[in-house]
Design a protein around this ligand. Sequence first.
Ligand code: TXA
Ligand code: MG
Length: 323
Amino acid sequence: MAEILAVRDAMEQALALLNAGAVVAIPTETVYGLAGDATNGAAVTRIFEAKGRPRFNPLIAHVADIAMAERIAGFDPLSRKLAEAFWPGPLTLVLPLREGAGIHPLVTAGLDTVALRMPKGFGGELIGRLGRPLAAPSANSSGRISATTAEAVAADLGPRIKLVVDGGATPVGLESTIVKVDADGLHLLRPGGIAAADIEAIAGVRLRRGATGIQAPGMLASHYAPRAAMRLDAGEVRAGEALLAFGPARAEGWRDAVAIKNLSERGDLAEAAANLFSFMQELDRSKVAAIAVEPVPFDGLGEAINDRLARAAAPRDEPLAGA
Ligand code: TXA
Ligand code: MG
């Protein structure tokens, strides 16, 4: 069973485990990551095994600084501008992989591109001390809801890993926004913890969505799946349903809901993002059969919140690939 150590006590043990090719769950500002040395094939294999993640779904390589990122990938001017504006932070850039960069091919699933991100806080410090990039998908079993607390990581992956570094609840609560620059422009591959409009404000160009043929390979329809069925944009609560609410107004019949969690009483999207995964998990743990979800606006972080809700509500007959 994994040991849970607070951030202030965990650095040396985390380093020792990573140097030995083991995996360690670490806090980032977005969600918890299941980290392993991105240059070590055995370590990367352990990540895929612990998550039950299909090997065709590539991982994000996390770096300590832009110098480390530039040793791994080639930066076009726009990607560099975005890195300078948003790193460290919840932005992942998909970039051409440099030959001989040392990233194990399992990390990129053999692609000639690599997804890079510089995390805030403990993760960034850990990578700096290790001196090598860390491959880290979200620290959850493949297809399940991403973990935003050390307890959620331990409950899911505890028997399969040695150490969970506890940094408290992750402040952003949604995975990073993934973008890619190519000859056609700037593409949004996954909405996430930085709103599209904030990226466009720095980039000076619009983000292109969908139909690019370069979607993040892990973005299958059913993802972030709770056990309970999810019913979106609910205007009323039906018999036996729990309610995932948003804002001050209540769906009809809310008094009969078997459980209620409000993502943000005051209708604040950043607060809702931070609460989303843990509230979905909490309602799911109460063993309800179905969760009615009140409408959440699409602006700002609402795009990523609605993306995760749609995946959580998608039919489960497709294989739960991705993570
Ligand atoms: O906030 C986050 O991004 C968290 C924390 C731990 O950093 N990580 C995370 O990793 O969400 P993961 O593995 O759950 O999601 C990474 C996504 C996947 O959808 C994968 O398909 C995509 O990034 N991806 C990775 N490499 C790619 C590439 N070369 N081209 C396109 N998409 C890529
Ligand atoms: Mg994931």
